[in-house]
Design a protein around this ligand. Structure first.
Ligand code: FES
Length: 193
């Protein structure tokens, strides 16, 4: 256990710590609470860093080994700082038949063109599996907001719209985190090594 004087400052907000404590109380074992706790950490910090994993062990008694195992198994957890907006386009059959590949391509090309001009956009684009509203294909998410009938033109309009919005809180946390690392991101080394 760390000496109180050398204990690093907490990276988590009081609200997040409260959520983690409450989640720990809802499950019989600490191990069973790891999935929802990682969701809560990701919701606040936008991604889950090795330091976050260490804080979960230090302050909440969750084993680094157990947490790292869950973190690396599930792709839904982000292990590196993401862009502020994650555009996810469904690539399953109904959406694919109605042109989701064109939507994905249009978004990816817009990002690449802006990058080439030295003005990177705050987006990353991903193809995902069925989002459950196949009658409104193509379907897309921007972070947690769902959009229906997302043609290529609609995707570009959405990107223009989101680019004008203030950054989400979690993205500000991730940006500050990255700045504290000197603006460079090194992929996390296995925790505890
Ligand atoms: S196939 Fe795209 S939402 Fe179901």
């Amino acid at each position: 256990m760390s000496h109180p004087e050398t204990r690093p400052a907490s990276r988590f907000s009081p609200k997040l710590k409260e959520t983690i404590t409450s989640l720990l109380g809802r499950y019989e074992t600490k191990r069973s609470s790891i999935l929802p706790i990682l969701h809560a950490v990701q919701d606040e910090r936008d991604w889950i860093s090795p330091e976050d994993v260490q804080e979960l062990e230090r302050d909440f008694g969750l084993s680094v080994v157990d947490v790292t195992e869950v973190l690396t198994f599930y792709t839904m957890y982000r292990k590196s700082p993401p862009k502020p907006y994650r555009l996810e386009v469904c690539g399953s059959i109904s959406c694919w038949l109605l042109g989701s590949d064109d939507t994905l391509r249009a978004a990816a090309e817009k990002i690449a063109a802006a990058q080439a001009e030295g003005r990177p956009l705050p987006f990353e684009v991903h193809r995902v599996e069925c989002l459950g509203v196949c009658g409104y294909a193509p379907v897309a998410l921007v972070n947690k907001d769902r959009y229906l009938n997302v043609t290529p033109a609609e995707a570009l309009r959405l990107m223009d719209d989101y680019a004008k919005r203030p950054l989400p809180e979690a993205a500000k946390v991730a940006a500050a985190d990255l700045a504290a690392r000197g603006g460079k991101y090194e992929p996390p080394a296995p925790v505890g090594q």
